[in-house]
Write a new protein. Structure first.
Ligand code: GTP
Ligand code: MG
Length: 198
């Protein structure tokens, strides 16, 4: 997994996606949940994806290619739900996200990031619905685990699993991560490497 991760393409719309190649893994989630930070933590590159304290940082679909010939591509996405941006912009990102998740043949896995402090929101359920309809496997990843007390996290996990039971297309297991401490990164990397072997 380690090696030369690099930016290859940014697409503000569904009409300008890069040619399909290899397997794509996309990171979806509400604005500010930590999608871009997770990509940096996974790749060990601090500033590969741009991060910010302000929701609405990532405004396009951003594609990163891995070490040569590995065949894995990571896709950073704009956030949905809320942002320090106009309603029109958020609506346009949300539509872009849903269209990408529904109609991309090379998309092999989607990680839906949920803030460990907040749990699932209605806008997350909209994304799960879209994913149920497309043929792509998806899994919930809790972020910012370093900010949540263990007992609280356990409660939130249980509540989320109850919801996931109604989404048979989802992985039943959740992943717990922190981009700050690196928790969960080995597990997430291993899951992606297994994807390449499937
Ligand atoms: P948008 O692109 O705006 O949708 O946001 P994003 O989901 O890409 O979030 P981003 O990675 O930019 O992170 C948002 C904020 O959360 C930043 O201030 C990060 O430093 C912080 N953050 C991200 N991951 C973690 C984490 O694991 N722990 C803590 N404590 N903070 C985190
Ligand atoms: Mg981002």
């Amino acid at each position: 997994f380690a090696g030369d991760w690099h930016f290859i393409w940014a697409s503000p719309s569904i009409e300008t996606l890069p040619p399909m190649a290899g397997l794509e893994v996309a990171f979806a989630g509400r604005s500010n949940v930590g999608k871009s930070s997770l990509i940096n933590a996974l790749t060990g590159r601090n500033a590969l994806a741009r991060t910010s304290n302000t929701p609405g940082r990532t405004q396009e679909l951003i594609f990163f290619d891995g070490p040569k010939d590995a065949g894995l591509r990571l896709v950073d996405m704009p956030g949905y739900g809320y942002a320090a941006a106009s309603k029109a912009k958020v609506a346009s990102w949300t539509s872009l996200i849903h269209r990408f998740l529904q109609g991309r043949a090379t998309l092999a896995r989607v990680y839906v990031l949920i803030d460990g402090r907040h749990g699932l929101k209605d806008v997350d359920l909209d994304i799960l619905k879209t994913l149920d309809k497309s043929a792509v496997s998806y899994q919930i990843v809790f972020t910012k685990a370093d900010q949540v007390k263990a007992a609280e996290l356990e409660q939130r996990i249980a509540a989320t699993k109850t919801v996931l039971a109604k989404h048979p297309a989802a992985f039943p297991e959740l992943l717990m991560t922190s981009s700050r401490t690196g928790a969960g990164m080995p597990e997430l990397r291993a899951a992606m490497i297994r994807l390449l072997d499937e």
